[in-house]
Design a protein around this ligand. Sequence first.
Ligand code: SF4
Length: 654
Amino acid sequence: MVISGQPVRDAKRSFTLLLMRDALKELLAATGPLIDLAIEEDIGSGDVTSQAILDANTEGIGCIASKSAGVVAGLPIAEAVFHRVDPSARFVRHVDDGQEVVPGEVIAEATGPVRSLLSAERMVLNFLQRLSGIATLTRCFVDAVATTNTRILDTRKTVPGYRILDKYAVRMGGGHNHRMSLSDMILIKDNHIEAAERFTTAVERARKRHPGLPIEVEVRNLIQLEEALRVSPPLTRILLDNMDLETMHKAVLVAGGRVPLEASGNVTLENVAAIAQTGVDFISVGALTHSTPALDLSMTLCRGRSQQRRRDLHARIKEAKKILGKGLVILGHHYQRDEVIAHADFRGDSLELARSACETDAEFIVFCGVRFMAEVAAILAKPGQHVLIPDDAAGCYLADTAHIDTVRAAWDQLTAAFGDAYDEVMPIVYVNSSAALKAFAGKHGGVVCTSGNAEKILRWALTQRPRVFFLPDQHLGRNAAERLGFASREIHLWDLGQPPDPTAITQAKVILWPGACSVHRRFYPEHVQTVRAKRPGIRVLVHPECSAAVVDLADAIGSTSQIIEQVDAAKAGTTWAIGTEFRFVKRLQSKYLEQTILPLADPAPVCRTMSQITLENLASTLELLAQANLRDEITVDAETARWAKVAIEGMLAL
Ligand code: SF4
């Protein structure tokens, strides 16, 4: 069986997140006194139960697992607690901070005297559950605004003494930190202005006393906003306090990008997307740290059961593969878990994988990826081939931003504007989309594109019709359009909340659907600036689903295949910061030991839905298959498949 790319060698050196060292040092320094306090209050003069019942020499393994889906944060603290309680305890992480886990997933194991493990258990879980809860809630807010340019900020509403820990957890969730304390930024609120009597007096006094500090001013209405915008030199940021959506939208228009705006007050998961749609730059959310539910974690003594369970699952998968023989092909997307991709016959990008599998004579294709990838394989499958996915709920954030009904409604608006949209606009649909959207492109004379050929397809499309409707990834579309030399007035971002502006869409050559990938959206320009400052000479290589602001600062862009090609062709000793999914970057480092390869961001984003494919559900899918049970089959109805194939083959013919 051919495996795409080079075989993955065993990593001979550990994958060190060099960029995280400073943050880690700060975290552990802040945690030290809290661990002392926790030991004093929880163990007191001794853990009488464990000491009475357990022999001091009995060794064991404590498995820490998540009972629900969430984002992990605080593993370095967990390790520090075990070591403080018993320096002989050994700690192994199965995931990294910032990574999403599924229910039942073992996130770490501690080995050592059972007495010590049980004495440390509650403290470890208290730290981990709180921090993971904050990271999980933050990720929900971050994902809710991922199609916009808005960033989620924390506040000072943290547990006293936990400021550094709570804010670390916010970063692990993908959020950003507001000021750490009253000393590192000037934030002039209502009460300050009232005490100073005049707004300008407050600003002047603050500036005079602390000329080097950033300065933010709170405003409650558009009159105060105008006044704040008149301040010269401009303020660092303006805080829109408790404004309704309409006023906020007006505020964004009035500010016109002169000063970044932050929305604050009564922000919930229900309204955060609507607030972000107004165009504000930041949204601060007190709930991230003051009302966060803990992530449900537990520690059980597993006496090696966790490793045995993994070994059993690997054995079950191998056995099922043996039974199915040449009738089975397993596909592993580049972003898949290590333990799952280890069983793949082919590794690669979605379309490349689907095409490779469909060229084989295998009757069953098991796709360890996300749903749209399995749909592509089902569309391209030969008669008699069946495509399965171990978890049919493994969707894609980006694909889900373009529901076919919403797209059809937008097309109707384009038809109303142009008389006949078919003659005026060509739909180009990125392969990371539903089968229905691909079929929509096929029916309307459009084609599919990939992250590797978006520019070429866009160039071709514009020789066929006056303009392109690019769906669903706004960033891939914008990056391709900018590389083709289009000016910003020729690139129009579709606004789902407003009727289309006839002048803007008439002027546009490229109309972008406002979708985005929740993974690539988490790379920011400051990540590029930070790696360059820390490691001069580093080459920054990013995926084209990253925002144009990131792409503009990078040395190069590339799809996953193109990233591999560039690293492969580089001289030994080259240092890279790569802006794409973490597991793929980590495996690149394992493969190219002669290069230094770092993730661009800290924490490096992981695709949550890809993580839904586990050894457990892969084993279950294969075992059912071995019994001729097609429970996990993905099917696409004939009409949708026919038109989607037209769009895919249209691209392949170019
Ligand atoms: S990385 Fe982004 S585009 Fe790819 S499957 Fe995950 S959410 Fe979808």
